[in-house]
Design a protein around this ligand. Structure first.
Ligand code: PRX
Length: 636
């Protein structure tokens, strides 16, 4: 487990922060040195060129993250529970997996992967529900040096195919099905459909979960259990270089192609371990629960790696917040005596809509710290969470970060940083946020808003976009040369606290999921009746944002029933991306407001979707101003 760096009060924090900024190399050198096992030390702490987007941490060090997440705990806490697995159905028994057992399971699985031909550097896509095998297969990949790329098991076949193809995966690991609330999803047939369009995959390993009847393709598909049961419990850990790839995780971008963010071994390990310990005030006997899906970065960093690196007990929950009833989260907290609870504003808002008795029925006394992640938490949700879940005594850590950042960058340190509703508050040590105006000038002082950038690299930053470094550089390092641009806007208040105001690019966050407008528009435009479309977000009281689509039909589509067309469009989006990207409102329009250079003026569409017709700003460059009135008048 990470050492305690004694941030006991705000003064300590400021001291530690100053130290980390004055000499980041010394700061991270000490943390890396004192808390991990290395096969070989680094020759240089950090090497970076922010203009070229080249960043390396702990150069030439040799390590394996699983040695640090598992092996080194065995002698001190081998029998301690590493994973508590809470199944979808509360009547099914929870599993308690000790570090010893997890170590063995990982070794056996690593042997299975190797038997199937997976070697260091190969990519393995994992499309599994929230079952222990998801954690085990990720760790098995890491142990043998394969690069895992987890695909959230709510994505469609088309989305799976594009990810598998983009990273050239050699293997896909999936299951015969998944339970989500009262639904059973057939994951295997989604993989089958996806793989019709993929050529690199040699084998598919299938984990049994639902006992669904699935088709197995001869020579390609194998049951995990048949090999696992016979596999040896010994496996020699593969030695990795600090900058060898650890995993790829896809996130939406401004084009239809998802961005495969690449995280590497050493920096990611050091950063997730350090931030987990400090942001959650982790102590040895705590029971930590993050409700995210492992298919997102939150799950990678703060269900799996961060906790296990600290020797923590981490809860993996298969189900959903409302099954069998709206008290499930609170029941699980009581049942396992959870001390840290980490969830998303969208979950908080949806549960706040239910009777507060669901919460009050359960004893939540074990809780010490509660957290929020993924989107801005609004004032009302913050207070509901604070009053009813934290009982006004658990600090809320409103953690701001991204798939690209690997770990939390801005967050209160519990019991140290006074919290303020809707504010992520202060940067963690080692993190240097700056606000920039649109003319690329740094905005100094407090009580200001601007584009949120980070001035200096931190160990957890993604190193590139898989196969497209140019895109990485352009997306994150070119808008404000020499700085990492987050794509978020932020406000800095009178004491220097940060409040994230939302995306300033064309990504919309719906229920905590990042959705690029371009991929959704691409799917809509594939409908034979559609000529063109534009998507914007508008405020929604549970999802944070919902999607509003403006669609121009082709002449052939004009005759069609609009309700049916809207259904078909949403069906298409579900198939191409997944149900999370479905539109809440679809308005058929005769044109879209465009500038003379042909760019859609989304600002106007956003205002209309929000129902705010007051100030459209400068519309003098519009080619077709008349269309604005039409869209406005026919707003849904
Ligand atoms: O807009 C910010 C929002 O989520 C984006 C990153 O999304 P993703 O890569 O999916 O990672 C989510 C989990 C780390 C950010 O650019 N976001 C994340 N956390 C917060 C947030 N917005 C406001 N407050 C937060 N605490």
């Amino acid at each position: 487990m990470m050492r305690n760096y004694h941030i006991q009060n705000l003064q300590d924090y400021f001291k530690e922060y100053k130290k980390s900024i004055k000499n980041p190399k010394k700061f991270w050198d000490k943390i890396a040195d004192e808390n991990f096992v290395w096969y070989q030390r680094w020759s240089k702490v950090v090497d970076y060129n922010m203009e070229e987007a080249n960043i390396k941490w702990f150069k030439n060090a040799k390590l394996n993250i699983t040695k640090n997440s598992l092996d080194r705990h065995l002698s001190v806490r081998g029998d301690k529970t590493a994973i508590i697995w809470e199944p979808n159905d509360p009547k099914e028994e929870a599993q308690h997996i000790s570090f010893n057992e997890l170590y063995e399971r990982v070794n056996k699985t690593a042997n299975v992967l190797r038997e199937m031909g997976v070697e260091k550097g190969d990519r393995v896509c994992i499309y599994l529900p929230m079952i222990p095998e998801l954690a085990v297969t990720m760790l098995a990949c890491a142990k043998l040096g394969a690069v895992h790329s987890v695909i959230f098991a709510g994505f469609s076949a088309a989305a799976v195919a594009s990810r598998v193809n983009d990273c050239g995966a050699k293997m896909v690991i999936t299951s015969d099905g998944s339970y989500r609330g009262n639904k059973v999803l057939d994951l295997k047939s989604i993989v089958d459909e996806a793989l019709e369009k993929c050529e690199t995959v040699e084998h598919v390993l299938v984990v049994k979960r639902t006992n669904n009847d699935v088709k197995m393709k001869e020579g390609r598909d194998y049951w995990m259990s048949e090999y696992y049961d016979k596999a040896s419990t010994d496996f020699v850990t593969v030695i990795m270089d600090a900058e060898d790839p650890l995993f790829i995780l896809y996130t939406s971008g401004s084009t239809g192609k998802p961005k495969g963010m690449l995280h590497t071994c050493a920096g990611y390990m050091v950063y997730t371990a350090y931030t987990f310990k400090n942001v959650f005030n982790y102590k040895e006997n705590d029971i930590y629960w993050c409700t995210a899906d492992i298919g997102w970065i939150t799950g990678h960093s703060y269900i799996l790696y961060g906790p296990l690196l600290n020797g923590a007990t981490t809860v993996i929950f298969e189900g959903v917040p409302t099954y069998p009833d709206a008290g499930r989260f609170w029941e699980v907290i009581e049942k396992h005596k959870v001390t840290q609870f980490y969830t998303a504003p969208t979950a908080i808002r949806s549960l706040a809509k239910e009777s507060v008795e669901w919460v009050q029925k359960h004893n939540l006394e074990s809780l010490k710290v509660i957290g929020s992640v993924g989107e801005p938490i609004n004032d009302e949700a913050w207070h509901w969470y604070n009053d009813n879940v934290g009982n006004k005594k658990c600090p809320i850590v409103d953690t701001w970060w991204q798939t690209e950042t690997g770990g939390i960058l801005i967050s209160p340190i519990p019991f140290v940083t006074p919290t303020k509703p809707t504010y992520a508050t202060l940067p963690l040590p080692g993190v240097q946020p700056v606000l920039m105006d649109d003319k690329r000038n740094e905005i100094s002082g407090n009580q200001v808003t601007g584009n949120l950038c980070i001035r200096f690299p931190w160990p957890g930053i993604a190193r590139t976009i898989w196969g497209d470094h140019q895109r990485y550089k352009e997306t994150y390092f070119s808008a404000f040369p020499g700085k990492y641009f987050t794509g978020d806007g932020a406000l800095r208040d009178e004491v220097g606290y940060y409040r994230i105001t939302g995306r300033v690019d064309d990504v919309i966050i719906v229920s905590g999921h990042n959705l690029g407008t371009a991929p959704i528009e691409d799917s809509i435009n594939e409908h034979p009746a559609v000529a063109e479309s534009a998507i914007v977000g508008y405020p929604h009281d549970v999802k944070g944002n919902a999607l509003y689509g403006f669609v121009i039909l082709k002449e052939s589509g004009e005759e069609r029933n609009r309700e049916n067309l809207a259904k078909e469009i949403n069906q298409l989006i579900s198939e191409q991306i997944g149900p999370i990207a479905k539109l809440d409102k679809i308005q058929f329009v005769s044109g879209l407001p465009k500038t003379r250079s042909g760019k859609i003026m989304r600002r106007i569409l956003r205002k209309i979707a929000e129902g705010d017709f007051t100030n459209f700003g400068d519309t003098s460059t519009l080619l077709n101003p008349e269309v604005v009135d039409e869209i406005k008048n026919e707003r849904i």
